[in-house]
Design a binder for this molecule. Structure first.
Ligand SMILES: [Zn+2]
Length: 343
């Protein structure tokens, strides 16, 4: 069977070039390798001597993260991680910074009722991302951009970034593609989604149209929740729902028939520009400027986070010495304090 389809984007002339692949199953396995291969420095495809050279001269890495979760009857479960990977690889190619493998499974328990959705619990996700990011620091990386395309990951990536910064391991920030172009997204769609809506549909139509069931767009719209705002599911100020299925029977929101590949291309180019600017900005900042500021008080926490506790302990020791006449040589003072470690 011959199957003609558009696959992962190349950096320049191949960007819109359709390629013919022998079979659909082959193309599905290779969709993320066909055109992006070698166009950016992708850590998994390099050898260690080249990577050593990179780490001598550079200290920034782009880390794509998404999810494998339902995106309605028309979009593949890979939607979020395909979008994240496309942005990260394109920005890496343009800036010549390093791109890591993609984290394909994220925090998606709110889509669990729909067949196939995969997720990990939030603490597992945070610890996993923190662990491999710490290990990038071992090689010399001191700044990381989490190129994210799944809303459920946002708060957890922020938390991981905080932990790593508070511990002065490195500076890591979260970037969500659609948040970098809010005006354009609002202009292009009457109701952009958020989940599985025309915004994400247009992105996948552009990046991998062969994976979109375009014949189901009307159905997706009719059976989903077409209008969604900040008041949906709220009662007396409280958000009463937890799962997508509480609001939408088929898992999606917005009007999918409003999506086109041309709109996807426009968003992709605009958000990529934002990501490139962010990458260059993060790279230029002196590391000190990216690290936590000192405490306003004259006794800031020291590097191990115990400055204030130690100071209180020393004051107590001083007081007790005056009271008991003990000194360091005269006896051990049992004064302990609990160091405050920011977490
Ligand atoms: Zn999504």
């Amino acid at each position: 069977m011959n199957h003609t389809a558009k696959y992962w984007p190349d950096v320049d002339t191949h960007w819109d070039l359709p390629i013919t692949i022998a079979s659909l199953s082959f193309c599905k396995q290779t969709f993320n390798h066909a055109l992006v291969q070698h166009v950016c420095m992708y850590i998994a495809e390099e050898r260690w001597p080249e990577l050593k050279e990179y780490f001598v001269d550079n200290s920034l890495a782009l880390v794509p993260l998404g999810s494998t979760e339902q995106h309605g009857p028309h979009l593949p479960l890979a939607t979020d991680y395909m979008i994240a990977e496309a942005y990260a690889r394109k920005a890496a190619a343009e800036t010549e910074f390093l791109c890591t493998p993609t984290v394909n499974v994220g925090v998606s328990p709110h889509h669990k009722q729909f067949s196939g959705t995969m997720w990990v619990d939030a603490p597992v996700f945070r610890n996993y991302v923190e662990s491999f990011t710490r290990n990038l620091a071992y090689h010399g990386i001191d700044r990381v951009i989490f190129v994210n395309a799944h809303g459920g990951n946002v708060q957890h990536l922020r938390e991981v970034g905080r932990r790593l910064r508070d511990d002065r391991v490195l500076y890591a920030i979260e970037w969500m593609w659609n948040e970098s172009i809010p005006d354009l997204v609002n202009d292009l769609f009457e109701q952009n989604g958020p989940h599985g809506g025309p915004k994400e549909t247009a992105m996948i139509q552009y990046l991998a149209d062969e994976l979109v069931r375009n014949d189901r767009l009307a159905e997706a719209h009719e059976e989903g929740l077409s209008s969604f705002d900040s008041e949906t599911g709220r009662k007396f100020g409280a958000r009463t729902f937890y799962d997508a299925i509480d609001n939408t029977e088929n898992g999606v929101l917005g009007n999918q028939t409003d999506a086109t590949a041309a709109k996807g291309k426009e968003m992709f180019e605009a958000a990529t520009e934002q990501l490139i600017k962010l990458t260059e900005w993060v790279n230029k900042q002196p590391l000190d400027e990216l690290m936590p500021k000192s405490h306003v008080w004259d006794s800031p926490l020291d590097e191990a986070g115990r400055g204030r506790g130690m100071k209180i302990r020393n004051r107590l020791v001083h007081l007790m010495r005056n009271v008991t006449g003990l000194d360091r040589a005269g006896g051990r003072l049992a004064v302990t304090t609990v160091p405050h470690v920011p977490r």
